[in-house]
Ligand binder design. Structure first.
Ligand SMILES: [Zn+2]
Length: 315
């Protein structure tokens, strides 16, 4: 967004794009917190913080809530500034792994099947991006619709013959009680108001419907070992959930968590190396350059400290 010069109100404090504001805890609304990590770089432009494909490390002040132990960015930009930042993005790198992601999601559905609604169920995937989960859900036998704010990515979904709608959970219009399953794959940590999103999802689900949340988990031993170098501490992530805070936010929005397990992904080895370079992991660059093409193309199952939670709609 270009900066505007409003000469009509010269003496008034105009919120600029560089203004971070104090925010309450996204889970319990508490305002008492202690700083866990301070920024190592000063970047105040939301188009850089949110427009970058996967976000930037070291830009946030991260706190822990005194009441519920939730870890989150505070202070942070307004929701409007964040959305404007995102609107400049075009995540083609992410989308280049589409086929591999579809397979990874399909494997996950097969594994989770005993806990999920039966084939034929109506599914809404919130923040569907290029439609990798939608495609896996369709192959699995679900009647799946995707919701995605980016027009570019909605068009990617449509080109793949998938059912996608442009929008967010706040403005999505559908009758209450429409869906058997609503999925949030790597979405909840990006939301400025996650509780509002879960309340809306509660309305959209049928009685006893299932909510799936996959999220980067800051409660794992890998995250604790990594400390401030934890690879999911990125400018695009506003909230850092652990199993206890996922249970807490679900409980507060009318859900009961009944499954919570590590999520394993499958990706091309070379892509993992490229991500390691992006996250400035030592020696990642030289090792990548020495890796033959054949090895770069090998599919790898890996665990990157992500967790899948399933919750049942109550009431
Ligand atoms: Zn809290």
């Amino acid at each position: 967004m270009p900066s505007s010069h409003n000469t009509a109100v010269p003496n008034q404090a105009i919120p600029t794009k560089s203004a971070r504001l104090p925010v309450p805890c996204p889970v319990c609304d508490g305002t008492e917190s202690s700083v866990v990590f301070t920024p190592t770089v000063q970047i105040d432009d939301p188009t850089r913080l949110f427009g970058a494909a996967s976000g930037l490390p070291g830009t946030q002040t991260i706190v822990r809530c005194h009441n519920c132990s939730m870890i989150y960015e505070n202070p942070r930009f307004s929701e409007e500034a964040i959305i404007a930042g995102y609107s400049s993005s075009n995540d083609a790198g992410h989308d280049s792994q589409h086929a591999m992601r579809v397979n990874s999601f399909h494997t996950a559905l097969e594994k989770l099947a005993p806990h999920l609604p039966a084939r034929g169920a109506k599914v809404l995937d919130v923040g569907t991006a290029g439609g990798a989960f939608l495609e896996a859900a369709k192959r699995f036998g679900y009647d799946a619709t995707g919701l995605e704010p980016s027009r570019y990515l909605v068009d990617c979904c449509k080109d793949r013959g998938l059912d996608a709608v442009q929008g967010t959970i706040d403005n999505f219009e559908a009758a209450d009680g429409t869906y058997d399953l609503i999925t949030l794959w790597d979405v909840i940590e990006h939301l400025a108001r996650p509780k509002d999103a879960l309340r809306r999802i509660h309305q959209l689900l049928k009685p006893g419907g299932t909510l799936l949340i996959n999220y980067p988990d800051i409660g794992t031993w890998q995250a604790k070992m990594a400390g401030r170098r934890f690879w999911w501490l990125l400018s695009v992530h506003l909230s850092y959930f652990a199993p206890s805070t996922i249970r807490e936010i679900c409980g507060r929005t009318g859900f009961s968590v009944f499954y919570i397990r590590p999520y394993w992904q499958t990706l091309r080895f070379g892509y993992l190396q490229e991500m390691a370079i992006h996250y400035k992991i030592p020696l990642a660059g030289p090792i990548h350059r020495l890796t033959p093409r054949l090895i770069r193309d090998i599919p790898v199952r890996y665990y990157a400290s992500q967790t899948t939670a399933l919750a049942r709609k109550q009431g």
